[in-house]
Design a protein around this ligand. Sequence first.
Ligand code: NAD
Length: 352
Amino acid sequence: MKLAILPGDGIGPEIVAQAVKVLNALKLNISMTEAPIGGAGYEAAGDPLPDATLELAKDSDAVLLGAVGDWKYDKLERHLRPERGLLRIRKELNLFANLRPALLYPELANASTLKPEVVSGLDLMIIRELTGDIYFGHPRGISTLGNGEREGINTMRYNESEIRRIGRVAFDIAMKRNKKVCSVDKANVLETTELWRQVMIELSAEYPEVELSHMYVDNAAMQLIRAPKQFDVMVTGNIFGDILSDEASMLTGSIGMLPSASLDANNKGMYEPSHGSAPDIAGKDIANPLATILSVAMMLRHTFNDEVNALSVENAVKTALAQGYRTADIVTDGCKKVGCSAMGDAVVAALN
Ligand code: NAD
């Protein structure tokens, strides 16, 4: 098994180091090779996705990524910015299905900003399409009109097969869970998502056991806060999924708890925390590494078909939380506040 390790920027190297600690403790036969991406890629090779990094990722069975981005790169031309490296690697590897589970560990019920009774028992899977939509559609850009005024343009675009393949992922996952899919769109005003809804309805005929519902994205944003436990699997496009999954992260206490998997059609995957590079806390050993460690569990499950070790990692995280270890973002009264590295050690100790 070959794994590409791309720590990236900001807290990326710190949190990835903890995930590698956990992988090493499992003593699996995985060869790991590290390469730069994002700002680190730009510094090393003048490109947020250096050719060598892309080759390594293509040649590996899975990719473990930290995060990319730093405000110091915001002035670079758009194609050189760290985030562009991330969008490109997703596209190049054809990682169209982004799985973002939002699961509330009972120990963290008080860490959420919502009332415990609203969030306790939450177990939601958000499935976001990742390689289409307004982030990739053409035409795009900023141009100057005849009257000298500037105009910005992006294009929301989905074809039928792109919608069908992400829909299939959602229905297949729902079959292994509570058999409920909520498809989120804005079909009342956007034709792209009117088609999205039509295709989801057509597809649902193949999954008679799954209950399909539809919700407009503005209502979904509200319902996630009002009554999040009504959802089992939520499926949506790239931009809506980007926003809703960050919103859902706060239900679980902190964005530092949310892992993610981005899969191609053969379950090759890139695994990364749902959060960004958090430049505000980088280098201070205070970031929460659990989202990255839980991403390793997803990698073992989805790409390496190793459910036993996936569960061991998830259970080790639960044990560390039950023992009271908390990073600053999830700390509550009476807990043991630890740094990033010590949290990694606590998970390894629980694993052993
Ligand atoms: P962010 O997710 O990096 O940070 C948002 C807030 O959450 C910050 O206060 C941060 O300190 C906190 N936070 C994030 N991860 C944490 C963790 N593991 N532990 C504790 N606290 C954590 O989002 P942002 O501030 O909007 O963006 C910062 C940079 O990250 C930008 O350059 C952005 O483009 C980039 N970004 C990258 C990704 C990615 O690599 N997948 C995703 C989103 C944003």
